[in-house]
Design a protein. Structure first.
Length: 116
């Protein structure tokens, strides 16, 4: 079973352009031409596209690289093991439970099944 790949950043081209356009009045109030014909807006679109490509590459991390990153963080992968659960059976008398008897949870919505 492979580890789920996290989405590290999911900003789209449009979100990057909108975010950058909102910063123009704050950092460059003298910049008033916000049309596509303006070289600054064109460069802003180009950098947003390049950023989107970098974010895509960032999100396409292979499992091998993900495991290496986790190793750098000091997180080691543990070997697979079986789940353990305490089961309480209410019965009037002693009833032997044979190996392989399935038990279903009632608290989980999907009903997780365990075997003895």
């Amino acid at each position: 079973m492979s580890l789920p790949i996290p989405i590290l950043d999911d900003k789209t081209f449009e979100e990057l352009v909108d975010e950058t356009r909102k910063l123009i009045p704050i950092f460059a109030p003298q910049w008033t031409d916000h049309n596509l014909s303006d070289p600054g807006i064109t460069l802003m679109g180009l950098f947003a596209w390049l950023t989107e490509m970098q974010l895509y590459s960032l999100n396409v991390v292979s499992e091998r690289h993900l495991l290496k990153y986790l190793n750098l963080l000091g997180i080691k992968r543990r070997p697979a093991s079986s789940a353990r659960v305490d089961v309480q059976i209410t019965a009037g008398e002693f009833i032997p439970v044979p190996a392989g008897t399935p038990f279903k949870t009632v608290s989980a919505p999907s009903g997780i099944i365990f075997e003895s």
